[in-house]
Design a protein around this ligand. Structure first.
Ligand code: 6PG
Length: 247
């Protein structure tokens, strides 16, 4: 059977999704540590990655030399790191604390300071550590039901500031600011893993993978237009509208 969606892996349920993404991250990490001596990993926001982080900190804790891993963030809500909405707080609870990751290896987006300043500061952190064209080893992303990813939301031109690495964006529908890596950084990565779970993502996935016209309004559709190797991990609920051939 010709694989209609070569970059898409459909798994049964959220638990299988967490495992598949964790295994992908570990594989990327082993490759990066073996070839470069370190692994620059960008964590996703939202709720989907929590189960993957928990697996990385438990079942896969022995699979990588975590002292070689530097943790970055794809986006952050403009809230303090102690706020329940903070992507950092979720990663701290489910990944950093269980693995005993030292703060020096965690590059947190400063959601608690002026957004434009936080964006500029994070861009400098990226270039200080990785050079003027920062190439990250692996980026984890999620996708919203509207086709947003990281904090690139519909209605915003994803390429509004092509040269920028990090953007502070006011999100009308959320009535709040977000910080986000731009497509320049995301698509410049070695590997991008997008995870989508649940029926709320089915319509966006159908639009994206089956070429529906609304795809053009979805920022996630720009991911994969650069050099990054993009792999999708979705569960059956999210894949239910895909025009797949019968198994
Ligand atoms: C965020 C994210 C965002 C997220 C999607 C999916 O900070 O919210 O980066 O892009 O990945 O909204 O969120 P869920 O995993 O909660 O469905």
């Amino acid at each position: 059977m010709i694989d209609r969606y070569p970059a898409l892996r459909v798994v049964a349920d959220p638990a299988a999704l967490a495992r598949a993404v964790a295994e992908h991250v570990v594989a990327c990490g082993m490759r990066a540590v073996a070839t470069r001596g370190r692994f620059d990993l960008v964590l996703a926001g939202g709720s989907t990655p929590a189960a993957t982080y928990a697996l990385l900190a438990d079942v896969y804790a022995g699979a990588l030399d975590w002292s070689r891993v530097r943790f970055w963030f794809g986006d952050e809500r403009c809230v303090p790191p102690t706020d329940d909405a903070s992507n950092f707080k979720l990663a701290k609870r489910t990944l950093f604390e269980p693995l005993g990751i030292s703060e020096s290896r965690i590059h947190r987006m400063r959601g608690e300071i002026e957004p434009a300043v936080a964006a500029e500061r994070y861009a400098h952190e990226l270039t200080d550590e990785l050079g003027t064209a920062p190439k990250l080893d692996a980026i984890m992303l999620g996708m919203g039901s509207d086709g947003h990813t990281a904090s690139l939301f519909p209605g915003e031109d994803p390429f509004v500031d092509t040269g920028a690495l990090v953007r502070a964006v006011y999100v009308e529908k959320l009535a709040g600011y977000r910080l986000t890596l731009t497509p320049t950084v995301i698509d410049g990565a070695d590997s991008v893993a997008v995870a989508a779970s649940g029926t709320s993502k089915a319509a966006a996935l159908h639009a994206l993978f089956d070429g529906r016209p609304e795809k053009t309004k979805m920022p996630i559709s720009v991911i994969g237009t650069g050099s990054a190797s993009v792999m999708w991990f979705v569960d059956e609920a999210a894949a239910r509208l895909l025009e797949r051939p019968a198994p």
